[in-house]
Design a protein around this ligand. Structure first.
Ligand code: FPP
Length: 252
C-alpha cells in the first residue's frame, strides 16, 4: 500500500497501535474432521464447511493489508487417508474451483497453485490451469493454494531442477547460495510468509513451507478451521503487528 497508513494501525482500541500487519499469511486449515465428528457427521461434511470458510478469509485480506494468502488444502501425506475421503476432497476441489472461478476473478484475486500436479486427475489439473490463467492479470489478493504439496517434496523437486541446470552448464555450483534454491521452489514468485497460522490446537507445521517459514511468526490456535472467522484473522494480524521481529539481529 504505497503511501497509505496500514489498515491495522491504531485499530486495536486501548492496545498499542500496530506497527505493521503481516503482508503474507499462510494457513494450515486443520480440524475439519473433528468439527464434523462433533456433529455426528462424516468427515467430508467438515471439509465442505471448511471450503465455505475459505471465501470469507480470502475476502477479508484486503481490509487487513494482507496481500498474499497461502492455504494448505492437501498435503503429499493426505493420500494416506481413506479412498472415500481422498476422492471426496478431490471432488470438492473441482467444485470449489468451478464455483468460485468468476467471483475470484471479479474480486481481483490472483490464484496460483503450488505442489506437485503429476498425481492429480486431469479434470482437476485443467480447472487449476484455467483458474490460474483467468486470474493472472489480477493484482489484488494473491491467493496460493497448496495442493498435493509437501515442503520436503518441494525442496527435492527444486534440487532436481537445480542439479539439471548444473549438469547442463547453466549454473555454476560455486554460485549456489541461499538465494539460489528459492528461485527453484514452487513459491519463487512469492515473498516468505510473515505469519503462519494453524487451527485446531495442534502445534506442528506438518511439512508446510519449510524453507520459506524460517523467520515466520507462528500462531497455533484452538479454533477448528470451519469455525475460523474473519474476526479471528483480524485479531491474529493485529497481534502480529505488535510483535518485535528481529530476524536474528539484536534490538537497536
Ligand atoms: C485438515 O483437517 C484439512 C484438510 C486435509 C483439507 C483442507 C481442505 C479444506 C479446508 C477444504 C477446501 C479447501 C479449498 C481450497 C477449497 P483434518 O481433516 O485433518 O481435520 P482433523 O484433524 O480434525 O481430522
Amino acid at each position: 500500500m504505497p503511501g497509505d497508513v496500514h489498515p491495522l494501525e491504531g485499530a486495536a482500541g486501548t492496545e498499542p497501535a500496530a506497527r505493521s500487519g503481516p503482508r503474507h499469511v499462510a494457513i494450515i486449515m486443520d480440524g475439519n474432521g473433528r468439527w464434523a465428528q462433533a456433529r455426528g457427521r462424516p468427515r467430508l461434511f467438515g471439509h465442505h464447511a471448511g471450503a465455505r470458510r475459505v471465501r470469507e478469509i480470502v475476502e477479508c485480506c484486503p481490509g487487513l493489508g494482507v496481500k498474499y494468502l497461502t492455504i494448505f488444502a492437501f498435503s503429499t501425506e493426505n493420500w494416506k487417508r481413506t479412498q472415500t475421503e481422498v476422492a471426496g476432497l478431490m471432488s470438492l476441489f473441482r467444485r470449489y474451483i468451478s464455483k468460485e472461478m468468476n467471483a475470484l476473478a471479479e474480486r481481483n484475486v490472483r490464484v496460483r497453485f503450488i505442489g506437485d500436479r503429476v498425481r492429480l486427475d486431469e479434470k482437476l489439473k485443467a480447472l487449476m490451469d484455467k483458474l490460474e490463467r483467468k486470474t493472472e492479470g489480477n493484482d489484488g489478493t494473491q491467493l496460493t493454494i497448496a495442493l498435493n504439496y509437501g515442503g520436503r517434496d518441494e525442496v527435492a523437486r527444486a534440487t532436481k531442477r537445480l542439479a539439471r541446470d548444473v549438469a547442463e552448464g547453466r549454473l555454476n555450483p560455486e554460485d549456489v547460495d541461499q538465494e539460489t534454491l528459492p528461485r527453484y521452489l514452487d513459491t519463487h514468485v512469492l515473498p516468505d510468509p510473515d505469519l503462519v497460522i494453524r487451527t485446531s490446537g495442534e502445534a506442528r507445521i506438518s511439512n508446510f513451507l519449510l524453507w520459506q517459514s524460517a523467520y515466520a511468526e507462528y500462531e497455533f490456535i484452538d479454533t477448528l478451521w470451519p469455525d475460523f472467522t474473519s474476526e479471528e484473522m483480524a485479531r491474529l494480524c493485529n497481534s502480529f503487528g505488535r510483535r518485535d521481529r528481529r530476524f536474528g539481529a539484536i534490538k537497536t
